[in-house]
Write a protein that binds this ligand. Sequence first.
Ligand SMILES: *[C@@H]1O[C@H](CO)[C@@H](O)[C@H](O)[C@H]1NC(C)=O
Ligand SMILES: *[C@@H]1O[C@H](CO)[C@@H](O)[C@H](O)[C@H]1NC(C)=O
Length: 224
Amino acid sequence: MRTRRYLLLSAVSLGNVLLIASLIFCSIPGSFSTRAIILRSIQIYNTHEFLAPHPTIYFFCKGENKTILPDVKERHFFYNFKGKESWQPLTVLSHNKCKRCGLYESDRLKSDDVFDEWELCPDDFLTGISIHYKSKEFNATLECDECKTTHDPTQPPKASGVPYNKKLVAGIVIITVFICIMSTLIVVSAYKYWQRRKRERDQARFLKLFEDGDDIENELGLGL
Ligand SMILES: *[C@@H]1O[C@H](CO)[C@@H](O)[C@H](O)[C@H]1NC(C)=O
Ligand SMILES: *[C@@H]1O[C@H](CO)[C@@H](O)[C@H](O)[C@H]1NC(C)=O
């Protein structure tokens, strides 16, 4: 009887754990969606460090680490990138927040040279691609696939303003919580019912014992 109870309880707890795990898994793309900015191509028109044969060019956003572009050394050469390079992505944007970023060249004597500094925003990537061009400095093609899906201009704006993704996640959360509560309630009431049945059975057995005892007593009484 005890083993059966434990089996039932552990089966339901396992079910609840699985549900919660699947809920967390499902909500990851919605709540932790990353807007990775990838450098697709770059062409440098000018380097600032005249003495150095191979300039060190890096991308940098305020408050973050420098991303050195190890291959970009030659002027006017058109560098294409797959997006899977070890130093990619350049940075990650959070939801609807811009970052102050720029392209720089290390300078061994004075402060680093600036190709350009600009606000990098998710809205720049409505088509998934953003070209940043500065005359006489550089032309860079940046890509952000995740920015495109959440800010797709071809999609009609949602009435509630809540993206479909978030609605879906909210729905999953509600259903999962509901199922967890329901399964817990069912198990608790099943357990209570089982306890009541056991008590009744025990009582019945106890009474029967008494009756048997009476019988024995009677028999004994008769016997005496
Ligand atoms: C910057 O680099 C250091 C050391 O490589 C690392 O510990 C730190 O987490 C990085 N910071 C960011 C914001 O990436
Ligand atoms: C910059 O590069 C992009 C992508 O290769 C190209 O389409 C665009 O014409 C370039 N712009 C200039 C001003 O060179």
